[in-house]
Design a protein around this ligand. Structure first.
Ligand SMILES: [Zn+2]
Length: 384
């Protein structure tokens, strides 16, 4: 690697910060809720246009119900490349159309506010400019780069999962543009796996006064099951299981025929994820005659530290060359990085914006960090 490449990239990118903010504004004012296809498609088309200006093969992958997904392949001209790197992002946000009216895009005291600035349109902009910087400085790339940006990360990535997994399998490393953590911009080198399961109990209704012996109380049954499930929690180990919703029964004087619980499942290790799923499937009724039905399970497997560690060491050393001390953290929530990491593909997450307030009214990113983080990504793409 060229001496001081990260610093050279950072210097170039600092001179582009105005343009970065302008692109961020374009993307934020083009609202892109996961659940609204028409506006999401508009944002996808805008991203595609921004890519076309920079070159690369731009493909819109049409979706029936969700926004289209975007895949951009950058094959450096004239260079023989070996292998592929993937830059993974999502352009959907959790904000419904019209949110901009209440939280408009604005830059104040060095921070850019607005829906999706931090999670993760800032990260997308950084990636656009990372590639542009590599082009402008004529840095030779050793690998083909594929940018996959989907429209449904915030709702579980059902329509994009295949695409993400296919490209990840072809890649030597995956860089994820999710926001970093905290004011120091920690990278995410582990993420819990996340799931949702539904436990439904079928009992038998009966008159609570006239024929209690004929009833099978589904509420009693589910209460006992939940007490059992609560015992699976092991917070120091990163396992949490929570019944977040319960419902059951119809009215007083009637023994409850049906009850239902929605469980939030989290685990830090793939083996723990498997054992929780197994325990769920092997639940048996306590009350004679009650029937249990289990649906769902983990949606994203844990991103284990072992698949991120080596890339983090690289990132840390590149950041140090820019005078930046880079830290790491574990996140309790999942991202699409969990999908690629579960395949065993080295994955580094949290390479996006520095800021705060994801999914909230005060969502923002720190403008000064944009060129820095873009330079870090560019340097990783140049050496990985
Ligand atoms: Zn995100």
């Amino acid at each position: 690697m060229e001496a001081n490449l990260p610093e050279k990239l950072a210097r170039h990118l600092r001179s582009r910060v105005r343009e970065m903010v302008a692109d961020l504004r374009d993307l934020v004012v083009c609202e892109s809720p996961s659940l609204e296809k028409t506006p999401a498609d508009r944002c996808c088309a805008l991203l595609a246009a921004k890519w076309r200006k920079r070159g690369g093969r731009v493909e819109l992958l049409p979706q029936k119900h969700r926004g289209d997904h975007l895949r951009v392949t950058w094959q450096p001209a004239g260079a023989r490349t070996q292998g592929q790197l993937m830059v993974l992002g999502h352009y959907d946000t959790v904000y419904a159309s019209g949110t901009l009216g209440k939280m408009p895009f604005r830059v104040k005291s060095g921070k850019a506010f607005g829906p999706g600035t931090f999670d993760m349109k800032g990260g997308l902009v950084q990636a656009l400019f990372a590639l542009e910087a590599l082009q402008a400085l004529k840095i030779r790339l050793r690998k083909r780069i594929v940018f996959v940006w989907n429209s449904d990360e915030e709702i579980g990535s059902d329509s994009s999962r295949k695409l993400i997994e296919t490209e990840a399998r072809r890649s030597d490393a995956v860089f994820v543009l999710e926001p970093s953590l905290g004011p120091r911009g920690l990278l995410k080198t582990a993420r819990k796996g996340v799931g949702e399961a539904e436990l439904i109990v079928h009992g038998r209704a009966s008159h609570a006064g006239l024929a209690p012996e004929d009833g099978i109380n589904a509420v009693h049954e589910i209460a006992m099951q939940i007490a059992r499930i609560e015992g699976w929690n092991d917070l120091p180990r990163g396992i949490s299981v929570n019944a977040d919703v319960i419902e059951g029964g119809t009215r007083s004087n009637v023994i409850a025929e049906r009850a239902r619980a929605v469980l939030d499942l989290r685990a830090l290790r793939i083996s723990d994820m498997r054992s929780i799923e197994k325990r769920l499937r092997s639940l048996r009724p306590v009350h004679r005659g009650a029937k249990l039905e289990i649906r769902g399970g983990f949606n994203r497997a844990p991103l284990e530290h072992k698949v991120t560690a080596a890339l983090f060491v690289q990132a840390k050393s590149l950041a140090a060359q820019m005078g930046l001390s880079l830290g790491e953290a574990t996140a309790g929530g999942g991202s699409d990085g969990n999908l690629t990491g579960a395949l065993g593909v080295p994955t580094l997450d949290g390479l996006g914006a520095v800021g705060d307030g994801a999914h909230s009214r005060h969502e923002h990113l720190v403008v000064r960090a944009m060129p820095q983080r873009a330079a870090l990504l560019a340097a990783l793409l140049a050496i990985a």
